[in-house]
Design a protein around this ligand. Structure first.
Ligand code: PLP
Length: 410
């Protein structure tokens, strides 16, 4: 038996997980944790009501606004996974029976519209082929046709993590403006914010939801929710019940650096470190880096002769690639094999993509050589399972792209 810490892992019935070296974590969240974040999490327990706690909390809220590229409004941090952020967005701003316009093109966009239905909202969910994103033209038609302004909120899953598809939030804002429609604009940015350009103010987004374990490179446990003044005004008349996720309770207590319940101080210390890393790299550089890492993966996939689930390049995600496996190769087995044989964690295909696709998460703490490792391990695992691809093809294509697209060496 192999020992990890004080736990003993029973032998695998098939192959033993590689016991030496590190695990290569390439799922689209939780993502790799930078050393500075990991160290920031190693703090003694602290007094969340200490007289100087506001000196820590208030600047953190202010800096989070920079990450969301917002001017007015508020950022709330809930002790929850990202899903709680959806619940906060909906329950604080809407009333039972309100009409909501959304679209389903993957597991996460489906779950969000499902959550809206559970809360008694009248959801108009446009069905879209998996591999495409928010159907802006259909949204525009629906909004134009809604002269009575019955649609109270429009949902956009900025980055659908199941399919590796990024949607155009700005185009949805233009559609709302063109129709002169007052609906609130809600964005699920759990796998985009802090990795892919997201502009709360410029795009007129009313509620944006992020989670700690993706672009923020932290453990799971924080829903980070940015809210516009318009959404805060809607809260005054919204009738859905809310308690744990109440914006009002947060507003009242956050003002002087407190929370309505015990704040997750340790995670907030980690968040401070993560925000510092993001702002010191500079958001434009963070976005460019993610684009380059993603493009390296895409070059590798093309060199294998495989296809992405995301169709046209306009949909290609810079944080996750969903890769269709060749006929006869079970993607579920592939992911298990990569883990056991090479200690490489890849994302499985979700729902209707189960067995048909695997995912490489390329967000957060990441550089070129890490991407080459993910491609190298995927390539070996694919070949082990019988795929006919030239050894090194994917790694070579990505490596050449990284060399060519790098800033010139001095
Ligand atoms: C991960 C994810 C979620 C769910 O977040 P949890 O932290 O698992 O609750 C929601 N939406 C998208 C797009 C995601 O990638």
């Amino acid at each position: 038996m192999r020992a990890i810490g004080r736990f003993r892992i029973p032998p695998q019935t098939t192959e033993q997980v590689m016991a030496t070296g590190r695990n290569f974590l390439f799922i689209p969240g939780p993502t790799n944790m930078p050393e500075a974040v990991r160290q920031a999490l190693t703090v003694v327990q602290e007094d969340q009501r200490a007289p100087d706690v506001a000196d820590f909390i208030l600047p953190l809220f202010a800096d989070l606004k920079q990450i969301f590229q917002m001017r007015d409004g508020q950022v709330f941090v809930f002790p929850s996974s990202g899903t709680g952020g959806w619940e906060a967005a909906v329950t604080n701003t809407l009333s039972p029976g309100d009409k909501v316009l959304g679209a389903c093109f993957g597991v996460f966009s489906e779950l969000w519209t499902g959550l809206c239905r559970r809360y008694g909202l009248a959801v108009d969910a446009v069905e879209v082929d998996w591999g495409e994103g928010v159907p802006v033209e259909t949204y525009a038609e629906r909004l134009r046709a809604d002269r009575a302004h019955e649609i109270k909120a429009v949902l956009v899953t900025h980055n659908e993590t199941a399919t590796g598809v990024t949607s155009d939030v700005a185009a949805v804002r233009r559609a709302l403006d063109a129709a002169n429609h007052p609906a609130l604009l809600f964005v699920d940015g759990v796998s985009s914010i802090a990795s892919i350009d997201f502009r709360m103010a410029e795009w007129g987004v009313d509620v944006a939801v992020a989670g700690s374990q993706k672009g923020f490179m932290l453990p799971t446990g924080l829903a980070i929710v940015a809210v516009s003044n318009k959404a805060l005004a809607a809260m005054k008349t919204a009738k859905l019940p809310r308690s744990f996720f109440s914006f009002e309770d947060m507003l009242r207590t956050n003002r002087d650096g407190h929370f309505p319940y015990t704040p997750p101080m340790t995670l907030l210390r980690g968040l401070r470190a993560s925000v510092d890393l993001l702002l010191s790299e500079g958001l434009p550089n963070v976005f460019r880096r993610h684009h380059r890492m993603a493009e390296g993966v895409r070059r590798g996939v093309a060199a294998w002769g495989l296809r992405l689930c995301a169709g046209a390049p306009q949909w290609h995600s810079d944080t996750v690639s969903t890769i269709l496996t060749p006929a006869g190769i079970d993607a579920g087995l592939l992911v298990k094999h990569a883990y056991r044989r090479y200690n490489l964690s890849l994302g499985v295909g979700l729902a209707r993509l189960a067995g048909k696709a695997f995912r490489i998460g390329h967000l957060g703490e990441l550089n070129e050589l890490m991407v080459l490792a993910a491609l190298g391990g995927s390539e070996m695992a694919l070949r082990d399972l019988g795929a006919t691809l030239t050894p090194g093809a994917g790694v070579g294509a990505a490596a050449e792209y990284f060399r060519e697209s790098a800033a010139p060496a001095n």
